[in-house]
Design a protein around this ligand. Structure first.
Ligand SMILES: [Zn+2]
Ligand SMILES: [Zn+2]
Ligand SMILES: [Zn+2]
Length: 393
């Protein structure tokens, strides 16, 4: 039970509690303000109250929370300055023959059933560079949601609505973490706490043992309740009674309620859940190189252009028009997706040049090819000449 002076019990079973409340608040007066929607023994499916301004519709439990879109004054506008200007002359040469060969030998050595002989003996015929551009738009958003939570009441101070109105969801100050990094936090919303009897144990703090159903004894596990052994001797474990003490409740017939941890009361409060997410739009310009574009995901390129602002303008003057189109599409798409449901804190767009070189070579009179890609000089070879050295029996 709550300590005297910390919680005042209303006659209907709900509590509006505050430290050192004057007794002018007569018993029962809180019941009129805080309707008791939960009767004893009911599952806690309904929130205890539904009229906290700014948090209407907040539900109890782990349902992911009720989304709280930001007010219109927090919707980010683009600053002045206009679209960014991009550099123009960005071509880079193919990798050198030495680099291409070394990467190829490493590649063959890394595959257990590839012979490295072709990689060592091959003769270069042609190195063809492709300038492959990757455009990326990152939109760093903050979204907020709310949920009713309960915790066993251990006599702590109850920050109830009697201390003032709850601050609106987006008025609560939360420290912004590192930009462009996914993370989340949660905050107890001030002035939303209230006490209620535990529905699970009817505020007694204990529930009946489910193993012995409160009878304190169960069938003896040695004689299975018969009181005798196989040779008709009396069971020495239960002394012939067929019953022994219930281990689950230590013979008391009841157990501590897990919902309220035996306290008999629950503290309800609204939890504000804040989530930061880096949303990424990515586009790789197709150079008709024949190289499977999915492989670009695993490598890095050279950053040619970085533009970071509270909100970016689409790139308009990049030499490859498909990058301009991708940028336009990305900016519109992210605005539609996030501007009304979350707060856009920052945007960053980058254009990378990912090196890609197609190497044509000859081995034992036949022509083959492979690709060297990424700053990491990864190799992709669809038709390596001498595979399967260990799979041929
Ligand atoms: Zn027995
Ligand atoms: Zn029991
Ligand atoms: Zn309980």
């Amino acid at each position: 039970m709550a300590a005297e002076g910390q919680a005042i019990r209303a006659s209907c079973g709900s509590y509006g509690a505050v430290d050192q409340m004057p007794h002018a608040f007569a018993e029962g007066s809180f019941g009129a303000i805080v309707p008791d929607l939960m009767t004893l023994g009911e599952e806690p499916s309904a929130p205890p109250i539904d009229d906290i301004s700014g948090y209407e519709g907040t539900a109890l439990g782990d349902g992911g929370g009720k989304d709280l879109p930001p007010p219109s004054n927090l919707v980010t506008d683009r600053g002045g300055g206009g679209p960014p200007s991009a550099q123009t002359n960005w071509n880079i040469p193919a990798v050198s023959e030495d680099t291409a060969k070394e990467a190829f030998i490493q590649y063959a050595a890394g595959k257990c059933c590839y012979s490295s002989t072709p990689a060592k003996e091959m003769v270069f015929r042609d190195l063809h560079p492709f300038n492959t551009y990757r455009y990326r738009l990152e939109t760093f958003t903050e979204s907020r949601s709310s949920e009713w939570k309960t915790t066993p009441y251990k006599g702590e101070f109850v920050d109830s609505f009697l201390l003032g109105p709850a601050p609106l969801p987006w008025d609560i100050q939360v420290e912004v973490p590192t930009m462009f990094t996914d993370t989340k936090t949660s905050v107890k919303v001030p002035h939303t706490s209230l006490l209620k009897d535990c529905h699970n144990c009817r505020s007694s703090g204990t529930i009946r043992c489910t193993k012995c159903h409160g009878r304190r004894k169960v069938d003896c596990w040695v004689c299975h309740g018969s009181g005798t052994r196989m040779n008709d001797d009396r069971c020495s474990h239960c002394h012939g009674s067929g019953r022994s003490r219930c281990n689950s409740c230590s013979g008391s017939g009841h157990k501590t309620c897990t919902i309220c941890a035996g306290k008999g009361q629950l503290l309800y409060y609204i939890e504000l859940q804040v989530k930061w997410k880096n949303n990424i739009f990515e586009y790789v310009a197709d150079q008709r190189s024949g190289f499977p574009a999915d492989f670009f995901k695993e490598v890095t390129g050279q950053k040619m252009f970085v533009d970071e602002q509270s909100m970016v303008y689409p790139v308009v003057n990049f030499p490859d028009p498909s990058i301009n189109q991708a940028s336009e599409k990305a900016v519109v798409q992210h605005h539609t997706q996030f501007a009304s449901t979350s707060r856009v804190l920052r945007q960053r767009q980058t254009i990378e040049l990912i090196p890609l070189t197609k190497v044509e070579y000859e081995w034992q009179g036949k022509r083959y090819s492979y690709y060297v890609y990424g700053d990491e000089n990864r190799v992709y070879a669809e038709n390596y000449p001498q595979k399967c050295c260990c799979s041929v029996l």
